[in-house]
Design a protein around this ligand. Sequence first.
Ligand SMILES: [Zn+2]
Length: 339
Amino acid sequence: MMLSQVAINLLTSEPICKLMQPLRSRVVPVFLLHRFADESRGIQGHSQAHLETALTFLKTNGYTVVSVRQVVEAVISGDPLPPRAVAFTLDDGFYDQAKTALPVFENYQAPVTLFLATDMQDQRYWSWDYKIEYLFKHTLQKRLEIDLGDGAKEISFATAGDKRLLVRNLRNLHKRSTNQAAEVAVEYFAERLEVNLPKEAPDEYQPITWEQARSLESRYVEFGPHTQRHPILAQISDEQARNEILGSWQALKVNIANPVPIFCYPSGREGVDFGAREQEIVKQAGLIGALSADPGYVHLTQANNNLYALKRFSFPNDMTQFKQYCSWLEYAKEKMSRR
Ligand SMILES: [Zn+2]
């Protein structure tokens, strides 16, 4: 169902939201934010101004930003959350997220949880998917023979748009192979694209350090585990999966005063990037819940979701869509489409 912007603005206005509150109070949208734009370092992402607009909208329209910890605890206990609760998460723990996004959340006194792939903090590690992006961003080549799964073909990537699309396709392709095979592909591309690949994360993939994380931890800013090296968990052995999950939780407990006992799966598609095995490991580690990246609401009744695969919405860079997710409207649409 497509609604016009005028209709959405009307339906998400204060009086209608008040009326629909019983429906909305059953669910919480948890937003997943990615990187923040930093032109000087060639990083594309959300803008700080957009985040401010979104948080201002919530503040002036009767919403309450709560932490993911509060959301999961409410699902477990069945206790109510403030009316029209909304939560925010940031995945990976890059420097731009700390520099640009966190001060905004602090200013608005809005809780946010950062999920860290802890080898980024420990070893300035950067994973193959960022390396692929880096190689295509920095190459002077404009075409190459590449097999995207349907035979080798010459693919041209002269524009930034072409490169983005190609990188997305390559990442999706290699998410289905082992981490080792993906690293082999990275080496192959580094050679063919004639780009020198730094061993440690270069500036544009600079993670926040443990020291920064400790100084940023506050009433509003919390940290949670997101593996050590950001692999696709479904593609690694039982032992590696255990190590990735338990190792990142351990690193957080050692380095952060009050880490959030909630796990966040890299890439996050249930049944593709993680499955029952990962959920079991997380549960046995004593973590109280886990987040996927599949779109949808967290339901405040335990029977209506899987605590170890809670859904999130990608933070839209469009206010109309954001309002729709925050209000009762998207939930009503979701319910209707299930009929
Ligand atoms: Zn991630």
